[in-house]
Design a protein around this ligand. Structure first.
Ligand SMILES: [Zn+2]
Length: 331
């Protein structure tokens, strides 16, 4: 019960040994025992109080809880759980800790009491006079190279917190921590959100979507949402910065006599003129046909490397032509 301090009741200081507590209790128990105070109601009440105090302080675990949480010691497990959850949320919101509902000024006992018992107000949604900003969220997003090239959109699921519907976000029901949210006032909530991914993203890009993080239920601004991008590898293109590298198969005759080939780009094929006597491995740079620079209109280049394809399954006639060629140009 709120009110008298157990140590005060036994007339000892907080840090005393178990033995001193026992001695103090024995002394007081003798003094206020009903047998020696027959009919004395105040002595009987006092006797009950010192027994209650001794019952808690003589038990190691309960004394530890009492030392930490005072007359709310019976909720120690809930407090510890709340603390554990706060730590988890702090970690979850990584770096956003300072502005997080759960991070920042979680100081210890006083703030936990204030949060859980302060006038029945929940710790998450209405705990500070200065409304705090909702914490930032991060969501991984995987896109194809084509999507990274053109930009795309995604519907993502975010785990957020919402006020607990059982206790209306207060964390308390009839002066006890709400069991539905374990006194936190918040419950996890999945929220679906459509997000735009701009052209030019690369693996490791962090796209900030302002105001789409955890809402602040205390009247502050919402946190931001960060999309952590991974671009899947592509079968045809190797990306180096905003340049794309690709290999272009060129038939032997085209390489020798010159002609035109089709070069793949993320938005379709492009015609490339091949000069006569183009060697295997020759590189052509198609300016501005690479990936867009993120947030800019400029683009990288497409680097096309010639891969001469020798003919197979020759007909007798073709073999004869190569024989003639071979005689005309002996090695
Ligand atoms: Zn609740």
């Amino acid at each position: 019960m709120a009110g008298k301090d157990y140590y005060d009741l036994l007339g000892v200081k907080k840090g005393v040994s178990d033995k001193e507590i026992k001695q103090a209790y024995r002394r007081l128990a003798r003094k206020y025992h009903p047998d020696v105070n027959a009919g004395d109601k105040s002595a009987e009440a006092k006797f009950k109080e010192i027994n209650a105090a001794y019952e808690v302080l003589s038990n190691k675990e309960n004394r530890r809880k009492y030392d930490k949480y005072g007359d709310k010691w019976q909720y120690a497990d809930q407090f510890d759980e709340a603390e554990r959850q706060q730590a988890q949320y702090r970690q979850y919101s990584r770096g956003g800790g300072e502005s997080s509902h759960f991070g920042g000024d979680i100081g210890g006992l006083d703030s936990i009491f204030e949060e859980l018992f302060g006038g029945g107000r929940g710790r998450v949604f209405s705990r500070r006079s200065q409304p705090s900003r909702g914490h930032d969220l991060e969501s991984p997003v995987e896109v194809t190279l084509e999507e990274a090239y053109a930009g795309t959109s995604r519907t993502i699921s975010l785990q957020m917190e919402a006020p607990c519907s059982v206790c209306k976000g207060s964390g308390m029901i009839q002066n006890l921590p709400c069991s539905a949210c374990r006194g936190s006032g918040a419950v996890p909530q999945i929220k679906r959100l459509e997000v735009k991914i701009p052209p030019g993203v690369a693996t490791g890009s962090r796209i900030r979507i302002a105001g789409k993080g955890q809402p602040s239920y205390g009247g502050g601004t919402s946190g931001d949402l960060y999309l952590k991008i991974t671009v899947r590898p592509h079968a045809k293109f190797e990306r180096r910065g905003d340049n794309l590298h690709t290999e272009v198969p060129v038939p032997l005759t085209t390489a020798v006599l010159g002609g035109e080939v089709q070069v793949p780009t993320p938005k379709g094929k492009l015609a490339l003129k091949i000069p006569a006597e183009t060697q295997n491995g020759r590189v052509f740079r198609l300016s501005g046909q690479g990936m867009p620079h993120l947030g800019k209109s400029a683009r990288g280049d497409l680097i096309a490397r010639v891969s001469v394809v020798l003919p197979t399954k020759l007909t007798d006639e073709e073999k004869e032509l190569f024989r003639q060629l071979s005689e005309a140009r002996p090695a």
